[in-house]
Design a binder for this molecule. Structure first.
Ligand code: USQ
Length: 406
C-alpha cells in the first residue's frame, strides 16, 4: 500500500513509518520539525538522543534495506501539502502532524492560535487535497479520547443513539474538551465528518488515549532509530513523566487529588491499532470512530504502580500531590467503550510492574540527559485569584452522582 504519514518525525509518527516500511509498504513521511522547534523555544528536549530525519532514514535503509521517502514542510501550507498528495497518490494517509499538547495550547493566546491553526487548518487542507487528488484514499486521523471529556455517563465509540421527545437518531457523542488543544480535535472531527457525509470521503478517527512507552519492535534495532521521549510539563504525558521522575529522585507530580481517570495504551499498541485501521478501511462516505486505548487508570493508580516498580529496582519513590495547574475534575465517573479495535484483532500489551520496570531500565540509560527545570508544571489553565475558586466550583458542581469510578 502507498502510505503517507504526516508528522513522520514524531514520537508516534516515526515508529509508525518504520512499522509500515518493515511490512513492505511504500512509505512517505512529511514533517516540519515543529516539535523540535517548540522544544528549542523552551530549552527542553527528548530524553532519548534522537537523530535528524535524514539520518534516521539513512539508518533505516542501512538496517532494513528499505527506503522511506521524506518531505520537509507543514500541513498548514495547503499548496505544499497538495503537491505531496498529488505526487505520492497515497491509498492511506495517517495524520499525526499536529500540535498534540494540551498544556502548550493553554500557555498564551499565541500558543492557542498556533495550536488551532496548525491542527484545524492543516486538517482542512488535507481534506481538500484528498478530495482533489485521491478521493478513494483512506484518511486515518489521530483524534483523542479527550474530545469527550469526563461526562457522567458512559462514553460510546463516536456515536450514540438518542431517543428525544419520541424520535430517535444516531448522532456524534456530545463533546466536552478540556483544553484548547482538545477543542481543535473536536473541530477536526466535525470537518472530517462533514467531508465524509458531503463529499463521500472515507475516514477513521482514532480517539486515542494517553500513550506510554519508549520502544517498538523496529526502534530497538539500532540506536539511530530511537523515537523521541518527552518528559517535560508540556509534551511529556503522565506515565512517561512519572517514570523519568522516579529515576531522577523527583517526587511524582500528581496534580490535585489524582482521581483523574483516562484511557491509556502502550506505544506498541498504537502501531497495532493504526495497522488494523489501515488494513480494514472505512467505506466511502463513512467516518468511523474507534476509541483507541486498552486500559483505564487514575493518575494516583499510575503513581502507585511506578512507586512499586521503582522499589523493585531499588528506588525509593515519593508520591506528592501538587496544586493542579489544570481545570479538570479530580474525582469523576469514567467508563469508555473500546471494543471495535479489539474486534479487529488488537492484542493489548497490559500495563503492569514488569512493563514499568522495563521502561525504568531504558530511562536509566539516558537519565543524565534529564533537564530538571522541565519537570514542574508552570502552565496554568487560567490565571489570577479566580483560578482556585473557579476550579473548586467546577469540581463541586460536577461531583459524580453515586456512580463508581470504573
Ligand atoms: N497529570 C498529572 N501529573 C503530571 C501530568 C499529568 O497528574 O505530571 C494528569 C493531568 O492533570 C491529567 C492526566 O494526568 O488529568 C493526563 O494528562 P497527560 O498530560 O498525560 O495527558 P493529556 O494532557 O490529556 O494529553 C495526552 C496527549 C494528547 C492526547 C491525550 C489523550 O498529550 O496528545 O490527545 O493525552 S487523552 O488524555 O485521552 O485526551
Amino acid at each position: 500500500m502507498r502510505i503517507l504519514i504526516l508528522g513522520g518525525d514524531g514520537y508516534l509518527g516515526w515508529p509508525t513509518a518504520l512499522r509500515f516500511s518493515a511490512r513492505g509498504h511504500e512509505v512517505t513521511v512529511v514533517d516540519n520539525f515543529a516539535r523540535r522547534r517548540w522544544h528549542n523555544e523552551q530549552s527542553t528536549g527528548s530524553l532519548t538522543p534522537i537523530s535528524g530525519l535524514a539520518d534516521r532514514v539513512d539508518a533505516w535503509r542501512e538496517v532494513s534495506g528499505k527506503e522511506i521517502q521524506s518531505f520537509v514542510g507543514g500541513v498548514e501550507d495547503g499548496e505544499f501539502l497538495d503537491r505531496v498528495v498529488a505526487d505520492t497518490s497515497p491509498e492511506a494517509v495517517i495524520h499525526y502532524g499536529q500540535q498534540a499538547s494540551a498544556p502548550f495550547s493553554m500557555i498564551s493566546r499565541r500558543h492557542a492560535v498556533e495550536t488551532q491553526h496548525a491542527n484545524v487548518i492543516g486538517n482542512l487542507n488535507l481534506l481538500w487535497s484528498i478530495r482533489e487528488h485521491v478521493p478513494n484514499c483512506h484518511l486515518i486521523k489521530l483524534g483523542t479520547m479527550g474530545e469527550y471529556g469526563t461526562p457522567n455517563i458512559d462514553i460510546e465509540e463516536g456515536y450514540i443513539e438518542i431517543d428525544h421527545k419520541g424520535r430517535k437518531d444516531t448522532l456524534p457523542v456530545p463533546k466536552l474538551p478540556g483544553s484548547l488543544y482538545h477543542c481543535s480535535k473536536v473541530h477536526d472531527s466535525t470537518n472530517i465528518h462533514f467531508a465524509c457525509r458531503h463529499w463521500g470521503l472515507r475516514a477513521t478517527d482514532l480517539n486515542q488515549g494517553v500513550v506510554y512507552g519508549v520502544e517498538t519492535e523496529e526502534t530497538v534495532q539500532d540506536e539511530r532509530l530511537l523515537t523521541r521521549f518527552d518528559y517535560d510539563e508540556l509534551f511529556g504525558t503522565a506515565l512517561n513523566r512519572f517514570c523519568v521522575q522516579a529515576m531522577i529522585g523527583h517526587p511524582l507530580t500528581v496534580y490535585g487529588r489524582g482521581g483523574q481517570t483516562r484511557g491509556y495504551l502502550n506505544i506498541r499498541d498504537t502501531l497495532q491499532c493504526v495497522e488494523l485501521a489501515a488494513s480494514n478501511p472505512a467505506d466511502l462516505g463513512e467516518m468511523r470512530v474507534y476509541n483507541q486505548f486498552t486500559e483505564q487508570f487514575s493518575v494516583k493508580e499510575l503513581a502507585e504502580l511506578v512507586q512499586k516498580a521503582g522499589a523493585e529496582v531499588g528506588r525509593e519513590v515519593e508520591i506528592k500531590s501538587f496544586p493542579n495547574p489544570r481545570v479538570e475534575l479530580e474525582e469523576h465517573y469514567y467508563n469508555a467503550t473500546h471494543s471495535k479495535l479489539l474486534d479487529l484483532g488488537l492484542q493489548p500489551h497490559h500495563l503492569g510492574e514488569e512493563l514499568v520496570r522495563s521502561m525504568l531500565g531504558k530511562i536509566d540509560q539516558y537519565k543524565d540527559r534529564v533537564i530538571q527545570r522541565a519537570i514542574m508544571p508552570k502552565t496554568s489553565w487560567s490565571t489570577g485569584e479566580l483560578h482556585g475558586q473557579f476550579a473548586e466550583r467546577v469540581q463541586s458542581t460536577r461531583e459524580p452522582q453515586g456512580a463508581p469510578v470504573a
